[in-house]
Design a binder for this molecule. Structure first.
Ligand code: NI
Length: 135
C-alpha cells in the first residue's frame, strides 16, 4: 500500500485477547488486515444509514410463481427500477417456487425502497438484502 500510515492503538489486554481469538478463528494472519476490514464495514454501514454514496448489493427473493399476477408485477417493477437493477438471475427453484437474485447499484434509500416493495409483494415468501461498496 503506497500511502499507508502506521498508528498505535491502546486497549485493555482482555479486549485485545478476545479480538485476537476472534480474528484467528476467522483466518486473519495479522491484526492490521482484520482492523481494516472492521473499518471498511463501519464505513459501508455509515453510508447505508446516512445515504451518502453509491452502494452495490443483491436482493434475493423466493416467490410462488402461481400467485396471481406476481410475474407481471415483478416484471413491471423491475422495468420501473431499471436504473437501479444491473442484472437479474432467475432460477426455477422447484415445481412451484422461483428464486430471483437482483444485482443492484445505487443510493441506499433507493435500494431500501426497492427491497421493501419486493418483500411486501403478495406471493413473495422471503427476501434478503445484502449490501457492499467500494471504500
Ligand atoms: Ni421460475
Amino acid at each position: 500500500m503506497a500511502d499507508t500510515t502506521r498508528f498505535g492503538i491502546s486497549m485493555s489486554q482482555d479486549l485485545l485477547d478476545k479480538f485476537d481469538r476472534m480474528i484467528q478463528k476467522k483466518g486473519y494472519t495479522n491484526r492490521s488486515e482484520a482492523l481494516r476490514d472492521l473499518v471498511r464495514n463501519a464505513l459501508i454501514e455509515d453510508m447505508w444509514e446516512k445515504d451518502t454514496g453509491t452502494l452495490a448489493g443483491t436482493i434475493t427473493i423466493i416467490y410462488d410463481h402461481n400467485s396471481h399476477g406476481i410475474t407481471d408485477t415483478l416484471t413491471h417493477m423491475q422495468h420501473h427500477f431499471h436504473h437501479l437493477i444491473i442484472s437479474t438471475v432467475h432460477v426455477h427453484f422447484d415445481e412451484k417456487n422461483c428464486l430471483e437474485v437482483l444485482i443492484v447499484k445505487g443510493m441506499a434509500q433507493e435500494i431500501k425502497k426497492l427491497h421493501e416493495k419486493l418483500s411486501s409483494l403478495k406471493g413473495v415468501k422471503h427476501s434478503r438484502l445484502s449490501v457492499t461498496g467500494i471504500i
